[in-house]
Write a protein that binds this ligand. Structure first.
Ligand SMILES: C[C@H](N)C(=O)N[C@@H](Cc1c[nH]cn1)C(=O)O
Ligand SMILES: [Zn+2]
Ligand SMILES: [Zn+2]
Length: 476
């Protein structure tokens, strides 16, 4: 093996305790983008990254995105942190994207420990909000750069970083920044790399070449001006919650089939060639059942679960704003409720068509109820699906890097989640995008007790260095 890489791998192993301490520091900043009361912490996290990158001799530019209106409150948007390291025309240039905001987390959600205090468990789990999504991975890139500098190893590529603080809340403003900076900050990008998804299982590393999109809808049903006493008004008035649950219950069947007419019309047909690709994958429904600690899997065949996650759309109901949800029994009739659901889209579904079909369907289901309650339905946000070729040199470099670190060939996967800016990067920078995950399938991203395994974290940091080296050797 290349002597520099060997030295680098050894240093990463020896730095394990320091790398975990660094993760502890970033997990401690509760950078929850969805909660406006936490916005100062998202901004604090952006500044932490700025300081860290300046300390690594990067040129840094903080892009101010202005304000966001959150339920009538004007809230400052966190900055997009752009950084640049190296300008050698003999080297390839890699743009690396990640996000420093996290999903909400409360101990009372069912965490076994404080979500913003990193806990190292005996089995190697590093538990904390953002450990795998996406603080571990973005920190990993910075630690990789720092390790090169500490060891005096020349960084074999030019680097452009783009770290945002609004990914979990629709990446507001980021598309415009990418498009605007394509010929400025990101000029000369040969390859883009994103580490913000997960292995298919827990043992085999993977490269990812597809993501689903996401169209997010709100359905508001309103009735009286204020909440009512159900003893006084029950049976007397039409109730918004009753109307909403009837409409929402007609969106999707228990087996996952979406009930909106024509929603599957644009879905790519399954070819024999694609069908074959599912056969070699390690995924097992039984692993899923173990991870979920419940046998609630819809499909009997392993491949059908993967197809449902990767190549078919799904509709999930997320919540109802304005409904009584605390423990105990409150005899209220809510005056206005807002149902939230989203549709994960796949090739070749058109986002505008999804939006039109869905809104028309909700309106027609509402009309069938013949109620005096009022309906408002709108699309809150929309993100595009992405599908790429796994044979591109960027993937070849990723594959060789995996071989070097893990000694195995990667699985080639698609992802059920969404990173809508992936397609924006690909289009604006006119460069291939590789998804190079650090975390494992059971990391619990967005869930309680989110973790990254020490193994994945440390090997992942090695993988980043190996990827840079393999990209550099593509030119030779
Ligand atoms: C895959 C990525 N780590 C992720 O979790 N993406 C989110 C993006 C999103 C969409 N709406 C809100 N956040 C996801 O797939 O839910
Ligand atoms: Zn993420
Ligand atoms: Zn996420």
């Amino acid at each position: 093996m290349d002597a520099n890489l060997e030295k680098y791998f050894k240093h990463v192993d020896e730095s394990t305790a320091y790398f975990i301490d660094q993760l502890r520091e970033v997990v401690a900043i509760p950078s929850v983008s969805a909660d406006h009361t936490k916005r100062q912490h998202v901004i604090e996290m952006g500044k932490w990254i700025e300081k860290r990158l300046l300390g690594l001799d990067c040129e840094v530019k903080m892009i101010d995105l202005g304000n966001q209106d959150m339920q009538g409150i004007k809230v400052p948007l966190p900055p997009v942190v752009l950084a640049s390291y190296g300008n050698d025309s003999n080297k390839k240039t890699i743009t690396i994207y990640g996000h420093y905001d996290v999903q909400p987390a409360l101990l009372s959600d069912g965490w076994n420990s404080e979500p913003f205090t990193l806990v190292e468990l005996d089995d190697g789990r590093l538990v904390g909000r953002g450990a795998t999504d996406d603080k571990g991975p973005i920190l990993g890139w910075m630690l990789c750069l720092e390790a090169h500098q500490k060891l005096g190893i020349d960084v074999p590529v030019n680097l452009r970083f783009c770290f945002e603080g609004m990914e979990e809340s629709g990446s507001i403003g980021l598309d415009d920044v990418i498009i605007d900076q394509a010929d400025k900050w990101f000029k000369g990008t040969d390859f883009t790399c994103i580490s913000d998804n997960y292995w298919l299982g827990t043992t085999k590393p993977c490269l990812t070449y597809g993501l689903r999109g996401n169209n997010y809808f709100h359905v508001e049903i309103s009735g009286p001006q204020a909440d009512l006493h159900s003893g006084v008004f029950g049976g007397v008035v039409e109730e918004p919650m009753n109307v909403l649950t009837k409409v929402m219950s007609n969106l999707v069947d228990i087996d996952g089939k979406i009930k909106i007419p024509h929603i599957y019309d644009q879905v790519a047909e399954l070819t024999n060639e694609e069908n074959e690709t599912y056969k070699s994958l390690s995924f097992q429904n039984s692993d899923l059942i173990n991870d979920l600690k419940a046998d609630i899997v819809i499909h009997n065949e392993n491949a059908d679960s993967l197809k449902s996650r990767w190549r078919y759309p799904s509709l999930s109901i997320h919540g109802i704003e304005g409904a009584f949800y605390e423990s105990g029994s409150k005899t209220v009739i809510p005056s206005k409720v807002i149902g939230k659901f989203s549709i994960r889209s796949v090739p070749y579904m058109d986002p505008a068509t999804i939006s039109k079909l869905t809104i028309e369907y909700v309106e027609s289901e509402f009309a069938k109820l013949n109620t005096k309650c009022k309906l408002k339905v709108w699309e809150e946000s929309s993100g595009r699906w992405w599908y790429s070729s796994p044979n591109h040199p960027n993937f070849v470099a990723g594959s060789k890097a995996i071989k070097r670190v893990f000694g195995v060939e990667p699985e080639m996967t698609r992802e059920g989640g969404s990173i809508p800016v992936t397609l924006t990067f690909e289009e604006a920078l006119k460069a291939n995008v590789l998804l190079l995950p650090m975390g494992a399938a059971n990391d619990g991203a967005h869930s309680t007790n989110e973790k990254v395994d020490k193994f994945n974290y440390i090997q992942g940091i090695k993988l980043y260095g190996a990827y840079w080296a393999e990209i550099a050797s593509l030119t030779k």
